[in-house]
Design a protein. Sequence first.
Length: 66
Amino acid sequence: MTIVAYNSAGNIVHQWYKEGARYIWQITVDEIAKTVTFWGQSNNKICMSWNELLTNEINTVLNMRC
């Protein structure tokens, strides 16, 4: 599973990778910990802070299949 963040110009700003997951089946938001978790198959997950996602650079976040 690869999560890709793009800016408004369509350029890749950041990528997060987790081996073994091919797709996202659930997204959970923890408001107390200020994190977003993308869950993939076999419970593989990518966890990131709101600060990683809520920057002025990031316009779109997509799941790219491995």
